[in-house]
Design a protein around this ligand. Structure first.
Ligand code: MOS
Length: 711
C-alpha cells in the first residue's frame, strides 16, 4: 500500500446478497434438532422484592419443561469482569436473589417445546411483590463523583480533572457563555432482536449461537460463569443484525438460556421481544451537562468547564462520559471537567455508538456555537483557531490530525460562505432556513488480533479469524486487506469470521475492528510469503502446485506497541447541515447534509461512507425524535416498543454527502486506518440544534428537539 493514498478500493459488502435474500444465518435461525424455547418473565415493579412465586399453573401447561426462578436457579460463578478476560453487562448474576432493581428485570424463565407454549407459561407464572417507591428521573437522582470510565486515561481517577483555575479565569474574561444541555435515554433497537441458542454436548461443553461483537470475550465469560475451560465453549456468530454496543457482552437473558439448556440437557433458544429489549438489552443513559466557556474578544478560549451527569442501574456502574471529549477538542489554559453518576431504579445502560462522545459533543458543540454567536464570529473560524495540537490532559500530540481540513473542505462543499449569520435571515418557500455546523471526534483505538491465511492451489485464499461483522463491512475490509497485501483478486478472497474455533479476532467496539484486524491480516499475508520464500503470490502458487500440498498456511498477530506513549490517536470530522423550520407547527426538516471525516486511511470508501451515513441518520434520531421515557411514579417503561419509540425513516434523512480528508495515520498502525464506526454520529445533534438556532433564533438545549419545544 502506498503511503499517501488515503482512500482505497470501493467495494460492495460481499455478504449483502446473502442478507437481502435471507440466506445469511442469524443467531435465532440456526436449525438445532430438538431445541426448546425459552421466554423470560419480567418484573412489573421497579423496586422492591419478590415475596412469592407460584409456578404450579405454568408447570401444568402442555409442553412446559421447566420454570427457573431465583429459588431453583443453578449455581453460576462470578466472571473476572475486568474487560480484559471477560465482562458481562450486569455485575449482578441473573436470578441471584429476590431483589428487584428496575422495571422489567428478569424474575423467571419458562422453557417449553414451542415458543407459544413457553410464552403461555411465562404469562401463567404468578409473582407477588413488596413494592417500594423507585428512584427514577433526574429530579430525585443523588449524584456522586463517577468512577473511572471507558475512554479515559489512567490520569482520570476520580471523575474530575482540573488544570489552571477555571473560576478565577472566568471571572475576568471579557466574554462568557453558559448552558445546561440535556440528552434523552435512547435505545439501540438493532434490527435483529437479541437472541441465543445454547446447545450442550455434555455437561462440560457447549455451543452457543449468539451474535457477538467480541467472540473471545464472550467465550471466556460463559466459560467462567459455568466453570468450564474456555476451549469447551464455542461461540458461533457469523452475522449480526446491528449491535451498536448492545451485543458485545452476555446479558442476563442469555446467561439464563445457557443455564436452562444445561439443566434440561436439551438445546434451548431464546429471543427477546421488542418490548423486552427496552429493559433487558441496554440503552444510552440520559445526561445533563453544563458547559461554561470564557474567551477574549478575539475569540481565544481562556477557560472551559464541562460538568456532566448520567444515571445507571443498581446492578452495574456504567457511566456515560460526556466530558471526555472536551480535552481533545479545544485548548484553554484553564480547564475543568467533572462527571457525576447517580444510581437509580432504571434498567442497565451501556455503550451505544460513540458512548460519551455523542452527548458530550452535543453539549460542547452547541456551546461553541453560542460563543460564536456572542462574539459575532464565524463558528468555523472559532473552532479552527481554538483547536488543540496536544491532548489537554495527557499533553500528547495528536497524530495525523486534519481537523482544519475537515472544516475547510466541509465549508466549501456545503457553500457555507453564502450563509447570512443573523438568525431568521434566511427563508425559502415560506419556511425559515438554518445552516448549522459542528465538529466530530472519536478516539483511534486498537487491540490485538490473530489471523490465519491459507493460499489454495486454485489461486484463492482464505482469511480465518474469530472477528465479527455487525453490518459494518468488516468482512469486506478483511478481504480488501488480504487482496492488496497478498496480490490475490478480491473475488478470490474468502473470509471466515464468527467462530471461536478460529484464531482470536478481537473486539468490534470502540470503532476498533478495522484498526485491530487489518494489520493482522496484512501481517499474516506477509508471513505466508516469507515462510515459503516467495517474491510474490504467483511464485508462491507455482511452488504450491509443484508441492502437491492442499494449501500454504500462515498465522500472524498484530497488537499495539509503545506508540500510545508518544501520540494521542484521534479521528476528526465536521458536520454541516441545512434545516427548514415551519414555525406554525414546530416542524424541523433536515434538508441537506455534508460530513467531512479525517479517519486516517479509508480502506473502502464506499462502506466507510456508509458507516458515516448510518451514524448521521442515528444522530438525526437523537436530535429530533428518540426518547425512551419511564413513568416517573412506577418506574416502568412508557415507551415499550418501536411504535412509541420514534426514529428517522427514509423521509426524515436527506442525501448525506461524505468526504474523507487527511492522510493515513502510520504512527497508529501499519495500515494507517483509525476506524469509522462511531465518529459519524458525533456532532450531528449539535449541528441540527445550531441550524435550528440560526433558522429561528431559539436556542434549544434539550434533546430531542420535538415540535412542542419549537412552538
Ligand atoms: Mo460500540 S458502542 O463500541 O459497539
Amino acid at each position: 500500500m502506498k503511503k499517501n493514498d488515503v482512500t482505497g478500493m470501493a467495494a460492495s459488502r460481499f455478504e449483502g446478497r446473502l442478507k437481502v435474500t435471507g440466506t445469511a444465518t442469524y443467531s435465532a435461525e440456526f436449525k438445532i434438532a430438538g431445541a426448546l424455547y425459552a421466554v423470560v418473565v419480567t418484573s412489573r415493579i421497579a423496586k422492591g422484592r419478590v415475596t412469592a412465586i407460584d409456578s404450579t399453573e405454568a408447570e401444568r401447561l402442555p409442553g412446559v419443561a421447566a420454570v427457573l426462578t431465583h429459588r431453583n436457579m443453578p449455581k453460576l460463578y462470578k466472571p473476572t469482569n475486568d474487560f480484559q478476560t471477560s465482562k458481562i453487562y450486569e455485575e449482578r448474576l441473573p436470578l441471584a436473589d429476590d431483589v428487584i432493581h428496575y422495571g422489567g428485570q428478569i424474575v423467571g424463565l419458562v422453557v417449553a417445546d414451542t415458543f407459544e407454549r413457553a410464552r403461555a407459561g411465562a404469562m401463567a407464572v404468578k409473582v407477588e411483590y413488596s413494592e417500594e417507591k423507585p428512584s427514577v428521573g433526574p429530579k430525585n437522582a443523588v449524584y456522586k463523583l463517577a468512577p473511572p470510565s471507558f475512554g479515559e486515561g489512567p490520569e482520570f481517577k476520580t471523575g474530575q480533572f482540573e488544570k489552571g483555575t477555571f473560576a478565577e479565569a472566568a471571572k475576568t474574561a471579557p466574554v462568557t457563555v453558559e448552558g445546561t444541555y440535556r440528552t434523552a435515554t435512547e435505545l439501540h433497537a438493532p434490527m435483529e432482536p437479541h437472541s441465543i441458542i445454547a446447545e450442550w454436548h455434555d455437561a462440560e461443553s457447549v455451543t452457543i449461537h449468539e451474535h457477538s461483537q467480541w467472540l473471545p470475550g464472550s467465550q471466556r465469560a460463559y466459560a467462567e460463569m459455568f466453570g468450564l475451560a474456555a476451549e469447551r465453549v464455542r461461540i458461533v456468530s457469523p452475522y449480526i443484525g446491528g449491535g451498536f454496543g448492545s451485543k458485545a457482552l452476555p446479558w442476563p437473558h442469555a446467561i439464563l438460556c445457557v443455564a436452562a439448556a444445561r439443566k434440561l440437557n436439551r438445546p434451548v433458544k431464546l429471543m427477546l421481544s421488542r418490548r423486552q429489549m427496552t429493559a433487558n438489552a441496554g440503552h444510552r443513559s440520559e445526561t445533563e451537562q453544563t458547559i461554561r466557556l470564557a474567551a477574549g474578544n478575539d475569540g481565544m478560549l481562556v477557560a472551559i468547564s464541562h460538568e456532566g451527569k448520567c444515571v445507571t442501574s443498581p446492578v452495574e456502574p456504567y457511566t456515560e462520559n460526556g466530558t471526555g471529549v472536551t480535552p481533545t477538542m479545544y485548548a484553554a489554559p484553564n480547564l475543568l471537567t467533572k462527571l457525576e453518576l447517580a444510581v437509580q431504579n432504571i434498567s442497565t445502560p451501556t455503550f451505544m455508538r460513540a458512548p460519551g462522545e455523542t452527548p458530550g459533543m452535543f453539549a460542547l458543540e452547541c456551546a461553541m456555537d453560542e460563543l460564536a454567536a456572542r462574539l459575532k464570529m464565524d463558528p468555523v473560524k472559532l473552532r479552527i483557531q481554538n483547536q488543540t495540537k496536544k491532548h489537554q490532559k495527557s499533553g500528547l500530540p495528536f497524530s495525523a490530525k486534519a481537523f482544519t481540513e475537515c472544516l475547510e473542505v466541509g465549508a466549501e462543499k456545503f457553500g457555507w460562505a453564502k450563509r447570512t449569520p443573523t438568525p431568521r435571515s434566511m427563508t425559502r418557500d415560506g419556511l425559515l432556513v438554518g445552516w448549522g455546523v459542528a465538529a466530530s471526534t472519536f478516539p483511534g483505538q486498537r487491540l490485538g488480533a490473530t489471523v490465519k491465511i491459507r493460499l489454495l492451489p486454485d489461486g484463492s485464499c482464505q482469511v480465518l479469524t474469530s472477528a465479527n461483522d455487525m453490518g459494518t463491512g468488516a468482512y469486506t475490509m478483511a478481504a480488501i486487506t488480504a487482496s492488496q497485501a497478498l496480490g490475490v483478486p478480491l473475488d478470490r478472497v474468502h473470509v471466515e469470521f464468527g467462530d471461536t474455533r478460529l484464531p482470536d479476532g478481537g473486539l468490534a467496539g470502540g470503532s476498533m475492528m478495522t484498526a485491530t484486524l487489518a494489520p493482522a491480516v496484512m501481517a499474516a499475508c506477509h508471513t505466508l510469503l516469507e515462510q515459503v520464500k516467495a517474491e510474490n503470490v504467483a511464485a508462491a502458487l507455482e511452488m504450491l502446485r509443484q508441492s502437491g500440498r492442499a494449501a500454504f498456511e500462515a498465522t500472524a498477530s498484530s497488537a499495539p506497541g509503545d506508540e500510545g506513549g508518544k501520540w494521542h490517536f484521534q479521528s476528526w470530522g465536521a458536520q454541516f447541515c441545512e434545516v427548514t423550520v415551519d414555525e406554525e407547527i414546530g416542524r424541523v426538516r433536515v434538508t441537506r447534509w455534508v460530513s467531512t471525516m479525517n479517519i486516517g486511511r479509508v480502506l473502502n470508501p464506499k462502506l466507510a461512507a456508509s458507516q458515516v451515513r448510518g451514524g448521521v441518520a442515528m444522530g438525526l434520531g437523537a436530535a429530533l425524535m428518540e426518547e425512551a421515557l419511564l413513568d416517573p411514579n412506577s418506574g416502568m417503561p412508557v415507551v415499550y416498543d418501536l411504535a412509541g419509540y420514534h426514529f428517522p425513516t427514509n423521509a426524515d434523512v436527506p442525501h448525506i454527502d461524505v468526504f474523507f480528508v487527511g492522510e493515513p495515520d502510520l504512527n497508529f498502525n501499519p495500515i494507517g486506518a483509525r476506524g469509522v464506526g462511531e465518529i459519524g454520529i458525533t456532532g450531528v445533534a449539535a449541528a441540527v440544534a445550531n441550524a435550528v438556532f440560526h433558522a429561528t433564533g431559539k436556542r434549544l438545549r434539550d434533546l430531542p428537539l420535538t415540535p412542542d419545544k419549537l412552538i
